[in-house]
Design a protein around this ligand. Structure first.
Ligand code: URA
Length: 178
């Protein structure tokens, strides 16, 4: 895996950064969950999904009996956007070389929410029609299964999103024997 250098300045997000947020979990897992971008807690701790969204993700994983340490978790960009705004296309593009190196050779990539789905599947539109469909994306010259699903924060007020996210996690647990 190629990691950004500690002083990375490939995009403007570096100016607000406390820490780069690099992948966590099983770094050799066949399954990778890709979120949007670090939030405040992630920026402070340098780890993905350790704040409110992380709690929701942890609960969904616990609900289906998927151990968080059995998958790798990362984000489209490694630095926190100001005010937690969505990462811009240019920012995702600048960080894409690192994401691609994290994803190469995996068996399944789960896109958590709109930004990951936009970055990796090049899809912009409502999530409902694509959630839990089986897509294939090319990473490092290889076709890899890509499953779009809801971001944990979308589950706060939407029971349907919560159920669909659980469905995704149950599916990868069973299909990849995690
Ligand atoms: N939301 C994300 O998409 N990623 C994180 O790491 C935290 C919150």
């Amino acid at each position: 895996m190629i990691q950004p250098p500690a002083d990375c300045s490939l995009c403007g997000l570096c100016t607000g950064r406390t820490n780069l947020v690099l992948p966590s979990g099983d770094l050799r897992s066949p399954v990778v969950l890709v979120g949007e971008a670090p939030g405040e807690n992630e920026d402070l701790q340098g780890k993905p999904f350790v704040g409110r969204a992380g709690k929701i993700l942890n609960q969904a994983m616990e609900d289906v009996g998927l151990d968080r340490e059995k998958v790798m978790i990362t984000n489209t960009v490694k630095c926190r956007p100001p005010e937690n705004r969505d990462p811009e296309k240019a920012e995702m593009e600048a960080c894409r070389r690192f994401l691609d190196s994290e994803l190469a050779g995996r068996r399944c990539i789960v896109g958590l929410g709109k930004s990951a789905v936009k970055d990796l599947m090049d899809y912009v539109g409502p999530m409902a029609p694509v959630v839990n469909t089986r897509q294939y994306i090319e990473v490092g010259g290889e076709r890899i299964l890509f499953i779009p699903t809801y971001h944990p924060m979308a589950c706060v007020y939407q029971k349907v999103a919560r159920e669909e996210l659980r469905k995704t996690l149950r599916m990868v647990k069973e299909e990849f024997g995690l």
